[in-house]
Design a binder for this molecule. Structure first.
Ligand SMILES: [Fe+2]
Length: 439
């Protein structure tokens, strides 16, 4: 790790911005759990997820490891806790069965580590800021994981301060999108992946050119109303629409509707509130198997990653990829996309027309992660960085890639080249469906 840990001179502005960003990230982490009792922080809400106190102490342990121990060359604050809060040594399934720091101790650990991080920055700056950026994004990403846990907990009384009101409907409500309107993307090359400059994860690189055949892609994610029609039309009973593995999973667990919907198909859980099913919001909490069956039922399929990224970024006229679907300007939540958590749920699929991609797709970033047809693997020329456990150990293990982030994704980590991955039966992610078809 020599190359990444060696401190180099950093300019004062980078340092100030990083300290501010770390502070802002911590404010959000604490805001997410501010209304929770110690019991709700310490409980296992779902066998798929960690108790929230584990996430808190793990955020502290990861920061201590990378910014204080490896970058700052100081001993760990709590060597004895290192294994408990290492994601690999203590997998999710084990986290509810071992002794963890309680809510007060976990908060104190976060504060103590942060004081050390700031001391180290005072002493030696942030270098090229790569490690600080990685730790910052790690905290942002755990915030989304924590919201998944809170969603699964169905607490009924969860409160987040400073909620941002979401648009009630798409601007052109007389022709509200359904998720079945298709756009044509002509055949031709495009570039995929993150550029060599700036921060990106190892699995987004190297950026490469690829040729994509002509295809159609949904202008928006599939809405609740459209998915409801699928459910009521026998979507979960028609064997011919399901893959063999998907059907076996559905039968074994008696899956009959998206995970957050009530049995009468009239309401859905939205982060601690049961709300009437909104027809224009994207369907969310579906597995890859369900997304795939929905697509097949409509004579379609899920887009490949290359198709998804081309539709999100490729500017046909300029023959160049945009940084974001709408251009190079960083996302403004509420203008370009429904991002950054404070909306506390999805918005109607056409609600952010200013976020349109070059080919006209809406909501490519934010609202719901979108399942792709692609298995998770490294691009040709992949090099693991900064450690193999970030992504390489997951390659070729049956995971499917999701793209685009969700309403629970923080703005800084929302990017059209970011690749998320999970097993095809999983439904805890804020995941929905966008369909594609051969032209
Ligand atoms: Fe982590």
């Amino acid at each position: 790790m020599g190359a990444v840990t060696a401190p180099t001179a950093s300019d004062a502005r980078t340092e100030i911005e990083m300290v501010e960003a770390l502070g802002e990230a911590r404010d959000r982490t604490l805001a997410l759990v501010a209304s929770l009792s110690a019991a709700n922080l310490e409980r296992v809400h779902s066998p798929l997820m960690s108790p929230l106190v584990w996430d808190l102490a793990h955020i502290a342990a990861y920061e201590d490891l990378w910014l204080v121990h490896r970058y700052g060359e100081r001993p760990l604050l709590h060597e004895d806790l290192a294994a408990t809060y290492d994601a690999f040594e203590t997998p999710r399934s084990a986290r509810g069965n071992i002794e963890l720091l309680d809510a007060g101790q976990a908060r104190a650990y976060l504060g103590d580590v942060r004081a050390r991080t700031l001391e180290v920055i005072d002493e030696r700056g942030v270098g090229d800021a790569t490690l600080h950026e990685m730790v910052l994004r790690h905290e942002h990403q755990h915030n989304e994981t924590m919201l998944q846990t809170l969603q699964l907990a169905c607490l009924g009384d969860y409160e987040l301060a400073d909620r941002r009101p979401l648009p009630a409907a798409s601007p052109s409500s007389h022709s509200a999108p359904t998720g079945l309107e298709m756009l044509e993307v002509p055949a031709g090359p495009c570039t995929i992946g993150a550029s060599a400059d700036g921060f990106a994860y190892d699995n987004e690189r190297p950026r490469h050119r690829t040729d994509v055949r002509a295809y159609q892609i949904g202008r928006t994610p599939v809405t609740n109303a459209t998915f409801l029609t699928f459910v009521e039309g026998g979507g979960y009973q028609r064997r011919e629409w399901w893959s063999a593995e998907g059907w076996a999973w559905k039968e074994q667990y008696d899956i009959t509707r998206p995970a957050a919907w009530t049995a009468d198909l009239a309401a859905e859980w939205r982060l601690g509130q049961l709300e009437p099913l909104h027809p224009d919001r994207p369907v969310v909490h579906v597995s890859w198997f369900e997304a795939d069956a929905f697509a097949r039922a409509h004579g379609a399929r899920l887009p490949t990653e290359a198709e998804w990224e081309k539709a999100a970024t490729w500017d046909q006229e300029r023959q160049a990829a945009r940084r974001y679907p709408w251009g190079d300007e960083p996302p403004v939540p509420g203008v370009h996309a429904n991002l950054d958590q404070s909306g506390c749920g999805t918005a109607p699929v056409g609600a952010h027309p200013e976020g349109a991609s070059p080919c006209g797709c809406l909501a490519m970033l934010g609202d719901v992660w979108e399942w792709t047809a692609s298995p998770f693997d490294g691009y040709s020329g992949f090099v693991a960085y900064p450690y193999r456990e970030y992504s390489e150990v997951f390659f070729g293990d049956g995971y499917r890639v999701l793209r685009g982030g969700s309403w629970a994704t923080r703005t800084r980590v929302a990017s059209p080249s970011f690749r998320n991955w999970d097993y095809p039966q999983r439904r805890q992610i804020f995941a929905g469906v966008r369909i594609a078809r051969d032209a």
